[in-house]
Design a protein around this ligand. Structure first.
Ligand code: ADP
Ligand code: MG
Length: 401
């Protein structure tokens, strides 16, 4: 249940308030899970979708479930939803019917025969070229399968696709429990955080995170920057970056951010030391650098221990922490230390802690710390866009409460 702050920030109709008994519900979930040889290797997103599926079943709805999986350009057997349906059936402890297509007469016939509490999983929505084009004809065909629409796919809510946005123009649309909770949790951090607010950003590309930096410069007390994105800042300062991954497109923006930060009340912290490698490889020669001018022939692959201590001290006194993006190449064990230490500092922080999706969530899981933060977002791009203050089309299209 949303708290008082949250209820104010969430203005859309909730699936909790929908009358679904004896009706069919088209449920858009985010079941975009990793597969290996036709088996689901991480079922986090399927589990995160269970509460809404179970709510609808318990209340006597027939559930027509749809999601995208990967990025197929058309039908692609490797990206069939079949393994997802199998895993979902195991988790629900009951049969999940599987359609061989997204829409069409055969699918419509199975959907119309759904009994209360039954679940029909449609094929991968991206098998239909109209999905990403938000084709009104596809939206209408999808709408024809059900009486109501529930969107629980927060991870896709920043995209206006047929299953996330278009269909809501043809059916009364409600927010699923996960989508609602995501919006409430992230909006609370964005608009009404416990102070001081500390934003930690890392990862590969500074341009992905510029919108968030823009939003929080002058609003957050502190912004801490690690990961490869710090090299766009160092380059903007005229430092040597060696062979480090520098996103050239971001250098000019980084320069502007540094300029703006000077005149704002927000403290912007960059690394003060680094862990270097010869190349992006776990077996590469490595060394510590006390400073941030990267010599020729080396690349910065992680933050150093002085940086960890500085960031850690700031996290320990934060009222709210929002973290998105690893501090280094955490997939390579010799360069995982900075991200692990920051993950531990976030886990131990007494303030309210929220971690944005993607690789930061993968890092927390890798370190066994996923349960220690207050909110772990299932949406990477969607969580960043919400934090930037942009409207999410998949949320906007739903009915107002
Ligand atoms: P998120 O998904 O959490 O938003 P990104 O996708 O932006 O994060 O970035 C994650 C990637 O950034 C990881 O694959 C990681 O290896 C890479 N990365 C982080 N720091 C460095 C670095 N110093 N050099 C090269 N790659 C890095
Ligand atoms: Mg990523």
């Amino acid at each position: 249940m949303p708290d008082a702050t949250g209820s104010r920030s969430f203005t859309k109709a909730s699936a909790r308030d929908a009358e679904v008994e004896g009706r069919r519900v088209l449920l858009r979930a985010d079941l975009n899970v990793p597969l290996e040889k036709g088996v689901v290797t991480d079922d986090t997103r399927i589990r995160a979708s269970l509460p809404t599926i179970e709510l609808l079943r318990e209340r006597g709805a027939g559930v027509v479930l749809v999601s995208h999986l990967g990025r197929p350009k058309g039908p692609d057997r490797e990206l069939s939803m079949a393994p997802v349906g199998t895993r979902l059936g195991e988790l629900l402890g009951s049969e999940v019917k599987q359609a061989q297509a997204v829409v069409g007469d055969e699918v419509a016939a199975i959907a119309s025969g759904l009994e209360a509490g039954e679940v029909l999983l449609l094929e991968n929505s991206r098998f239909e070229p109209g999905e990403t084009k938000n084709d009104p004809a596809l939206a209408e065909a999808l709408a024809g399968l059900a009486d109501l629409y529930v969107n629980d796919a927060f991870g896709s809510a920043h995209r206006a696709h047929a299953t996330t946005e278009g269909v809501a123009h043809h059916l009364p649309g409600y927010a699923g429990l996960l989508l609602e909770r995501e919006v409430v949790e992230l909006t609370a951090v964005r608009d009404d955080p416990q102070r001081p607010l500390v934003i930690v950003l890392g990862g590969a590309k500074v341009t992905d995170k510029l919108g968030v930096i823009d939003r929080f410069l002058g609003f957050a007390e502190e912004i801490l920057i690690g990961g490869a994105m710090c090299f766009s800042f160092f380059k903007a300062e005229g430092r040597d970056t060696g062979n480090s991954l520098v996103e050239e497109e971001g250098v000019e923006s980084a320069r502007q951010v540094l300029e703006q930060a000077k005149g704002s009340d927000t403290i912007l912290e960059l690394p003060e030391d680094l862990c270097l490698g010869r190349e992006f490889d776990a077996d590469t020669e490595s060394r510590l650098l006390n400073g941030v001018d990267v010599p020729e022939g080396w690349m910065g692959l992680d933050i150093g221990s002085n940086t960890v201590a500085n960031f850690g001290k700031r996290l320990a006194r934060a009222g709210t922490v929002f973290w998105n993006g690893p501090m280094g190449a955490f997939e390579l064990e010799p360069f995982a230390g900075g991200t692990r230490a920051i993950a531990e500092a976030v886990a131990a922080a007494p303030g309210h802690t929220v971690v944005g999706g993607g690789d930061s969530v993968a890092a927390l899981q890798q370190f066994g710390l996923a349960d220690t933060v207050d909110w772990l977002s299932t949406g990477g791009g969607a969580s960043l866009e919400l934090m930037e203050g942009r409207e999410l089309p998949g949320v906007e299209a739903l009915q107002d409460a």
